[in-house]
Design a protein. Sequence first.
Length: 331
Amino acid sequence: MKDFVIFDMEWNMGYQPKIFQYQGIDQTLRGEIIQIGAVKLENGRVADRFSINLKPHIFPKLHHHVAKVTGLTQADLDVGIPIQEGLRRFMEWCGPDAVLGEWGLDDVPVLKQNMVLNGLSEEWPQQWYDIQRIFTSQKPRKEGEGMTLEAVVERLGIPKNEAFHDALSDAEYTAAICGFLNLEQGLQEYPSEEQQLHDLLCPAEKDRRDFTIWRGIVDGEVWTTSQELRQAVCPECGQPLQLDSEDIWLRKGNNCLYSMGQCSSHGPVMIWLRRMRLDGLRYTFARVTEPADQTLQAKWKKEKQAAIERARRKKEHEAAEALERVRNAGR
Ligand SMILES: [Zn+2]
C-alpha cells in the first residue's frame, strides 16, 4: 500500500462572508486554514507527524466561535506561519503523489479553496478518502450511535488523552480508528464520484436508465439553464423528450432537480439531474431517465401543482409587500 496521510485542519471564519472568483464564477470561501495536523501511515503504523499553525490574511481576526471550539488564541494565529508558506510545506511533507484520508468530507474542499486563493495548484491532492465512510461501511451504524470523531473514538474505547478539535490530535485519533478497519479493503472498495452518483440515482428497485455524466463544471447553477443537461432522450427510442410546457423543474434537497418529459411514441418519462462537488471547486452532474408509470405520473402532477401554488403565493406576498412599501413611502 502507498503511503497514506491522515490529516485534519481547523479553519477561521469571517464575520462577513468572503466571495472570490474561480474561473469567473463566484464562490463562497468555506474557511481560511489556521491549523494543519497530519500523520503518515506506513504499514498501518504512524511513521511521521506534521503540525503547523498558520497566520490567516483573509480572516485575520480569530472568530470567537472558532476560538471556543479549537482553543486557539489570536496570539497563536499572529505568530503562525504565513498561509501560503504553510500550505507549501504541508504539500512537500505529503509528497506529490500522496493519498490523503480525512474524517468526513469537509477538509479537502477547504484545502482546495485555500490552495487556489494562495496561487497554488488546486490539482493537489488528487486522491483522498473519507475514513468516516469506510468506517460506516465496515462497522454499520446502530440506532442512536453518533458519527462524530469523538463519538466513534469513545465507542471503540480509544484513550482520550488529547483534546479534540486540535488538528494533530484529530489526525491521530483518525489514524487510531484506522487500526480497527481493514483499510486496504476500504480503499479498494471506495466508490468513485461517478459510482457514488450512480448509486444515488439508480437504486436497484427503480427503473432508471441512460446514466450520463458531466465533469469539471464550475457553475453549480448551470442545470437551470443548460439545454445539454436538460435535454434528455427517450430511453426506449432515443428521440429527444419534449420538456414540460411550463418548464417546471422541482428540487429535491440541495443537489437534485427533476422534471417530466414526453416521448410522442412512449409517453411520459421522468428526468432526474443530480450534482456533487467533492473538491469544493467543481461539480460533477449526472442525469438519468425513468419511464413514468401511473403512480409516478400522479405524484409528479401533484408536486407540480403544489410548486405552482407556492410560486403564486410567493408572488402575491411580494406584490403585497411592494404595495405596503409604496404606501409607507407616501406617508
Ligand atoms: Zn420513445
